[in-house]
Design a protein around this ligand. Structure first.
Ligand SMILES: Nc1ncnc2c1ncn2[C@@H]1O[C@H](COP(=O)(O)OP(=O)(O)OP(=O)(O)O)[C@@H](O)[C@H]1O
Length: 289
């Protein structure tokens, strides 16, 4: 892990005056019950000896000679996580790299089946669904259409919102180019714009706000507040504690797949900050030795 990966203070001055919108919290929108996600990864075993011919090696890899290619390793990315989210809440998810944040979001979106436990959702989670269908070879325009249809909008509804989406994303004429020609910021802004074109029940944002400039963040915050006002639930994964503090009223802190803290933003962020600082200190001591 590098210091940059632990850096959680991204442009706090851009967020001056921001505060989580206050809204009455409604009934449960999502229940995550003793959730475990384990990835199974192949690898770790040498496939062949150096004197083995490439033909024999290929045969072995495709399994003609042996069904066993390498050891299967298990990565327990999410461990026994339980929480309830409510309509109108915006919830930050923090944790150092590899702590399971994205995996948890993907499981909530129904993209990964639970290994153990359950996810109950009232409504349709959005964003990761759109992420999954955006295609680099297609133009932004085509992706807006496909993403909009995937969110349940009709063709004419997408057409009507096309200009707004392009304007929100700030991509201008790039909309006519394949998405693989976009900078990562442009891609992230377009994904955010598409996924919030319909008002989703559960909006999940994975670092998208870190890529925009100050005015994009301002627009995104306004859009997120609108979704919450419409009784949606917003999840925000971010390494920027400033962003989390500006948008979320509650924070989940994950470490090594476990939910170590779940509570009001200020409390959880203060504890997490302390933890990261002590981690930095112990790392710099280890470097000096
Ligand atoms: N497709 C995958 N196959 C195997 N292991 C994976 C896969 N995706 C993630 N992992 C592993 O699961 C663990 C959790 O990863 P995840 O991406 O959910 O963490 P994260 O907190 O979102 O990390 P980051 O902040 O770096 O994005 C890590 O050990 C990671 O290496």
């Amino acid at each position: 892990m590098t210091d940059a990966e632990l850096d959680f203070e991204v442009d706090p001055e851009d967020l001056e005056g921001w505060a989580p919108a206050t809204r009455e919290i409604g009934g449960p929108s999502l229940v995550v019950d003793h959730l475990d996600i384990t990835y199974r990864v192949f690898g770790g075993k040498k496939l062949g000896t150096s004197d083995e011919s490439s033909g024999r090696r290929l045969q072995r890899v495709v399994g003609r000679r042996s069904g066993h290619v390498g050891a299967v390793q298990q990565v327990r990315a999410v461990r026994d996580v339980t929480f309830v989210a409510h309509h109108g809440e915006s919830i930050g998810i923090v944790g150092i790299n590899g702590s399971g944040k994205s995996t948890l979001l993907r499981a909530v979106a129904g993209l990964i089946p639970p290994t153990k436990g359950s996810v109950y959702v009232a409504g349709e989670p959005s964003l990761l669904g759109v992420n999954a269908v955006l295609m680099g070879d297609l133009t932004g325009e085509r992706n807006i259409m496909i993403g909009g249809l995937a969110l349940g909008l009709s063709r004419s509804e997408v057409q009507q919102r096309m200009d707004d989406i392009v304007e929100f994303a700030g991509i201008g004429d790039f909309v006519y180019l394949p998405m693989k020609a976009y900078s990562s910021g442009m891609g992230a802004r377009l994904r955010f714009a598409i996924s919030t074109a319909a008002t989703p029940d559960i909006l999940m944002i994975d670092e998208a706000l870190a890529t925009g400039d100050a005015s994009f963040r301002e627009k995104s915050k306004a859009r997120i507040d609108e979704i919450r006002q419409g009784a949606g639930t917003v999840f925000l994964v971010s390494h920027s504690l400033a962003t989390v503090q500006a948008i979320c009223s509650r924070v989940l802190w994950l470490h090594q797949g476990r939910l170590v803290m779940d509570g009001p933003t200020e409390e959880v962020c203060a504890s997490y900050k302390e933890f990261v600082q002590s981690l930095r200190k112990s790392r710099s001591l280890a470097k000096k030795k």
